[in-house]
Structures are given as structure tokens and as C-alpha cells.
Design a protein around this ligand. Structure first.
Ligand code: AMP
Length: 219
């Protein structure tokens, strides 16, 4: 199971990636999560990434490529992995190919989640997040049991700095310019599967599992 989950910000990549990685017992590698952790810890990488992330811009390719290359070398990736939020540019995708070819483990599938822009703005501006547990909620569609508190560890939920409406619209613009070309890129490589992500969280998971089971059956 060597997978990429691709799609605009807020389409539910993180939520689905968490479920799928638990189900198939493979590491969930979210470049956004790793970068946010680095920003919180004020590491050199975090200090470099912070300004770009606040504005909803992409962090420079060389920073994220190095991060992912190092992560993929770790032994838990031998059984597979699920990349979430990477690649986001053609250059990142080329570098990923090269790295995986070197290790001898090409990608199996790229799962593209798709939703309408206004649906995305609504989802992101209602999103709440626990920095300590990493769990993500939505005030209307996936609320915590106690408002404002994480179900897992009771920590206070926060709004991500880049989930304000202005920044969300900028992230969508960046997605269209820099990341959307990857849809053609992976279609040409015969790796892309498209899944409509406007239904419920469980329905989307079921659709993804169906696709993955089909692949396993063919192999
Ligand atoms: P995400 O949590 O995937 O929405 O990512 C949050 C932010 O982290 C993005 O808006 C970018 O600033 C940065 N980021 C995450 N992944 C990448 C990537 N592959 N390339 C460049 N920037 C990234």
C-alpha cells in the first residue's frame, strides 16, 4: 500500500488518511502536520516554513522534499505509507518518483478527493483542531462531545491560523495553480482514482476502501 492522497485543502484528506492508514496499518505521512509540529517546536525547518504557512503559500520545494525523503527512509515505510499533502507541485512529484525508484517501491495509487470550492470554504472555516492529540473536528459535521474540547485528551480546540476565510481562498488559488496539474500528471501514469468527497466521512472512506480492495484483488 504505497499511496498518495491528493486534493484541495479542506477536502478531508487528513481525516480519510488517518482512517485508511489505521485500517491498513501503514504510516500516515502528513507534510502539513510535520511542518506545524516543526513550527510549534521552533526548529530551523519550522522557522523557515512559518511565514509561508501563515499566508497559505507553499513552503519551498527543497524543504518539503528533504523532509519526505528522510521520512520515507524510515523502516516503518517498508510495508507501505500514505502521503497526505505531498506532492503539491510537479517538481515534488518528480522527486518523489526518483526517490521511490531508488528504494525500489513505486507508487501503487493516487487517490484524488474532489469537492466544490464553497463546500471547502465552509468546511475549513468550521474546522477545529487539537494540537496535542492531532484530532480534527468540524463544529457542525463532526463536533466534539464537549464543545471546544478534544474527545481524546480534553485539550482546548483551536482554529488553525491558515483557516481564516481570506487565507483559505488563497490556499485554493495556490492549489489550482500549483497542485491541480498533478491530476493530469498522475492520470497519464495511470495511477489516479477520483473520489467525490462531498458525501459523509464514512461514505467517502467506504468508497476509498472499495477502490483499494479492487487493487488488492487484481494484484
Ligand atoms: P496542510 O495541512 O496539508 O493543509 O498544509 C498546511 C500548509 O503547510 C500548506 O498551506 C503549506 O504552507 C505547507 N505545506 C504542506 N505540505 C506542503 C508541500 N508538500 N509543499 C509545500 N508546502 C506544504
Amino acid at each position: 500500500m504505497r499511496l498518495v492522497i491528493l486534493g484541495p485543502p479542506g477536502v478531508g484528506k487528513g481525516t480519510q488518511a488517518k482512517k485508511i492508514s489505521e485500517l491498513y496499518n501503514i504510516p500516515h505521512i502528513s507534510t502539513g502536520d510535520i511542518l506545524r509540529q516543526a513550527v510549534a517546536n521552533k526548529t530551523p525547518m519550522g522557522l523557515k516554513a512559518d511565514g509561508f504557512m501563515k499566508k497559505g503559500e507553499l513552503v519551498p520545494d527543497e524543504v518539503v522534499i528533504k523532509l519526505v525523503e528522510e521520512r520515507l527512509q524510515q523502516s516503518d515505510c517498508k510495508r507501505g505509507f500514505l502521503l497526505d499533502g505531498f506532492p503539491r507541485t510537479i517538481h515534488q512529484a518528480d522527486e518523489l518518483n526518483e526517490t521511490l525508484e531508488k528504494i525500489g517501491i513505486p507508487l501503487l495509487k493516487v487517490i484524488q478527493l474532489d469537492a466544490d470550492d464553497e463546500e471547502i470554504v465552509m468546511r475549513l472555516t468550521g474546522r477545529r483542531y487539537s494540537p496535542s492529540s492531532g484530532k480534527v473536528y468540524h463544529i457542525a459535521f463532526n463536533p466534539p462531545k464537549v464543545p471546544g474540547k478534544c474527545d481524546v485528551d480534553g485539550s482546548d480546540l483551536i482554529i488553525r491560523e491558515d483557516d481564516s476565510e481570506g487565507t483559505v481562498r488563497n490556499r485554493l488559488k495556490v492549489y489550482k495553480e500549483k497542485t491541480k496539474p498533478l491530476i493530469n500528471y498522475y492520470t497519464e501514469k495511470n495511477l489516479l482514482v477520483n473520489i467525490n468527497a462531498e458525501s459523509s466521512i464514512d461514505d467517502i472512506t467506504r468508497d476509498i476502501i472499495q477502490v483499494l480492495q479492487g487493487i488488492i484483488a487484481i494484484k
